[in-house]
Write a protein that binds this ligand. Structure first.
Ligand SMILES: Nc1nc2c(ncn2[C@@H]2O[C@H](COP(=O)(O)OP(=O)(O)OP(=O)(O)O)[C@@H](O)[C@H]2O)c(=O)[nH]1
Ligand SMILES: [Mg+2]
Length: 334
């Protein structure tokens, strides 16, 4: 059977992808990556299946060894699951574009394993920031039957912290470099970490880095889970078994304390807020492109109207387009 076309009924693509057609899966993921109405259609379909995959985020500074570690974790994961997917967030800015092929190359060990699916996901430019269609992509992967998804992201900005919080378990990778643990803390990664990894433990300074991390963990308000600190040498595979155990330990903890459902519910609620915030930002842009805005802005610069009054007046226009589209009676069928 041939792969349904990229613009085929999403249900057809989903059926093909669920039967193992990787091209169909790639087409579904490209749709959610691009967004727009097609992306929404695909994401909505995946959402309605209700399928959820176990998810592990791997984040940390550039070059910390995330991809090498992810490659090792794939091997561990494949001992337990017949399939595993990896999503690598492309850290390139939407302005320059371009895919980071290095990540895929480092995971080449698994290129011949049909149970492994690796895909990079581009950030897309958005009003007031970047967004990544990670939650949607994770749901598509779950919908086609992936039991486990690893998400690699570079942990340096707000988007990345957001990505990290889109997974059940977040692994933060640091190196035995002076101040590396402190940098991770500054980037907001301490709060999102469920497991810490000191990778490149073959380099000097691992003991000091562990001490820094433990001290910061001592000071941070602790819940009922204290992130374990694991040392690895991803290059050789040393310690990767311990890391896998630490990850499983955290996932088990989430289940036994009923936090897994709670976390997932909170995540959806945050997502709803984000979607709403984006919609409102788009609305602000629409209003600011209009004549009423231009006229009022001129009045403001002449000190005839103050910015608050002007904003009040413009606020009255929120949703104007939508109201006009459905007509004065407010019902689509009028
Ligand atoms: N000495 C040593 N080098 C390592 C280790 N793990 C990874 N490396 C090397 O560190 C470099 C970066 O590794 P990657 O796995 O690409 O790191 P990354 O965090 O994915 O990098 P970006 O995706 O570019 O942010 C490579 O040259 C690896 O070979 C380790 O345990 N010890
Ligand atoms: Mg990488």
């Amino acid at each position: 059977m041939s792969t349904p076309r990229a613009d085929a009924d999403p249900a057809e693509l989903l059926a093909a992808a669920s039967a193992g057609d990787r091209l169909a899966l790639a087409r579904l993921l490209s749709a959610v990556e691009r967004g727009g109405s097609r992306g929404r259609q695909v994401a909505g379909m995946a959402y309605r299946t209700g399928a959820v995959a176990a998810t592990i985020g791997i984040t940390g500074a550039p070059g910390a060894g995330k991809s090498t570690l992810t490659g090792r974790l794939i091997t561990e994961a494949r001992r337990h699951h017949d399939q595993v997917a990896v999503v690598a967030i492309d850290p390139s800015s939407p302005y320059t574009g371009g895919a980071i092929l290095g990540d895929r190359i480092r995971m080449q060990d698994h290129a011949l394993d049909e149970g492994v699916y690796i895909r990079s996901l581009a950030t897309r430019g958005h009003l007031g920031g970047l967004t990544v269609a990670v939650p949607e992509a994770l749901r598509v992967l779950a919908a086609v039957g992936m039991p486990l998804v690893l998400v690699e992201t570079v942990g340096v900005g707000q988007v990345e912290v957001e990505v990290a919080s889109a997974t059940d378990t977040t692994v933060v990778v640091v190196n035995p470099r002076w101040g590396d643990a402190v940098q991770a803390n500054k980037a907001g990664l301490l709060e999102v970490a469920d497991v810490f990894v000191i990778n490149k433990a073959d380099m000097p300074g691992a003991r000091e880095t562990r001490r820094d991390l433990e001290q910061m963990l001592d000071m941070s308000a602790s819940g009922d889970w204290r992130p374990p600190v694991v040392e690895t040498v991803a290059a050789s595979g040393d310690g990767v078994g311990d890391l896998w155990e630490a990850i499983l330990g955290h996932q088990q903890h989430l289940v036994t304390t009923s936090q897994l459902q709670q976390r997932r519910a909170e995540r959806l609620e945050r997502e709803l807020r984000r979607v709403l915030a984006n919609r409102i930002a788009e609305e602000v842009d629409r209003i600011c492109a209009g004549d009423a805005y231009t006229a009022l802005a001129a009045e403001v610069t002449r000190h005839r109207v103050d910015p608050y009054e002007a904003a009040d007046e413009l606020m009255a226009r929120v949703g104007d387009d939508a109201r006009q589209a459905v007509g004065p009676t407010g019902g689509e069928r009028g």
